[in-house]
Design a binder for this molecule. Sequence first.
Ligand SMILES: C[S@@+](CC[C@H](N)C(=O)[O-])C[C@H]1O[C@@H](n2cnc3c(N)ncnc32)[C@H](O)[C@@H]1O
Length: 220
Amino acid sequence: MFRSATTFLSARAMAAQIDLTLFNTVTEGRATILFPKNNEVFYNPVQQFNRDMSIAAIRTWSELYLKEKRDKVEKKKRNKTHVQGESAIEPAEILDSSQAEKDYQPTHVDATTESHAVNVTVKALSASGLRSIRYAKEIPNVRYIMANDLEQDAVDSIKRNVAYNGLSEDLVRPNKGDAMAVMYSHREEGKRFDVVDLDPYGTASPFIDGAVQALSDGGK
Ligand SMILES: C[S@@+](CC[C@H](N)C(=O)[O-])C[C@H]1O[C@@H](n2cnc3c(N)ncnc32)[C@H](O)[C@@H]1O
């Protein structure tokens, strides 16, 4: 709680320090992004349809994913009650059940949504942060988004836009790194992402292996 409050204050303080005369703003979906006036390459309006479709696809997938998790927890609970009623408790079953319930505990609850989730998303190639910020604002139940880019300019832009949009860096986490190194360093169970989003210049094929390995079971 204290950490969130501090993060929120620093985001506001950072937003207040931005010299808005240096930027043009573009509003897309629920995000308003600052683009440096001297740099035209960052915003690609042709990609808006692609971003809209990605949001629709992740929203739909996450509803199914959460329903599956909920059903699994309910099923385990029912099995446990049933087995206990017959006084023949299977230790492994109880262990699984409590683990499933633990997995389903919310670790981030968005104030604007009622349901809970454990969704984690990585944006491996993020540029301005537009896509990550739209995901954070338009996809319910996001726990956090790692917004990664190789270039320091892009990471600075992500930080600036996260603050400008009133989001915390707990929710959208700017990260500087090579996408493959980031994804390979998240391939162990417990570190994996529920969603990996790749948006490179050109083909995504060099990143596919890293993305698949960094994905949690049932992830997208
Ligand atoms: C097409 S742009 C991303 C646009 C962004 N997803 C959006 O919708 O606004 C591609 C980005 O990938 C970054 N990039 C290229 N190679 C990378 C790598 N190996 N690791 C991380 N980022 C990389 C570039 O710096 C660039 O910002």
